[in-house]
Design a protein around this ligand. Structure first.
Ligand code: 5GP
Ligand code: ZN
Length: 116
């Protein structure tokens, strides 16, 4: 299930290039094109799910894997000791600009709170 007009479906399929840091049967991860921190990776399900709002109970394992893969990448990127942030922007007020569910992994500097 992919959407031929969707940027992240195209990246997951390999038809648009990205700097991949992880790929498995369910998820891909790649460096954000506009990094907001020294490490800024996007973790993306291969399945086209438009946002967290569109996820359902059948995606429970996938959503768990999304977090565990983010932690694995954080470890690989050397972020575990100092910490990092995982973010899912949802909808207009959440600041979501790409309509395919993705998790941001940010680290490598002290991040401010609250976000803007
Ligand atoms: P959102 O604002 O939807 O939470 O996050 C979308 C993210 O996708 C942004 O951080 C943006 O920089 C990133 N992005 C948009 N287009 C591309 C692209 O073509 N390649 C990569 N690697 N990242 C992208
Ligand atoms: Zn998609």
């Amino acid at each position: 299930m992919s959407d031929s007009s969707c940027l992240f479906c195209k990246i997951a399929a390999g038809t648009i290039p990205a700097d991949l840091v992880h790929a498995d049967e369910r998820l891909v991860a790649f460096h954000d094109i506009g990094p907001q921190a020294p490490v800024h990776v996007l973790v993306v399900p291969r399945e086209h799910i438009a946002s967290l709002e569109e996820a359902s109970e059948r995606h429970a394992d996938l959503l768990g894997a999304l977090l565990l893969v983010a932690r694995e990448i954080a470890r690989e990127q050397g972020l575990s000791e100092r910490g990092y942030r995982t973010v899912i922007n949802t909808g207009a007020d959440g600041g979501q600009t790409v309509q395919h569910l993705h998790l941001h992994l940010l680290g490598g500097r002290a991040l401010e709170w609250p976000p803007g």
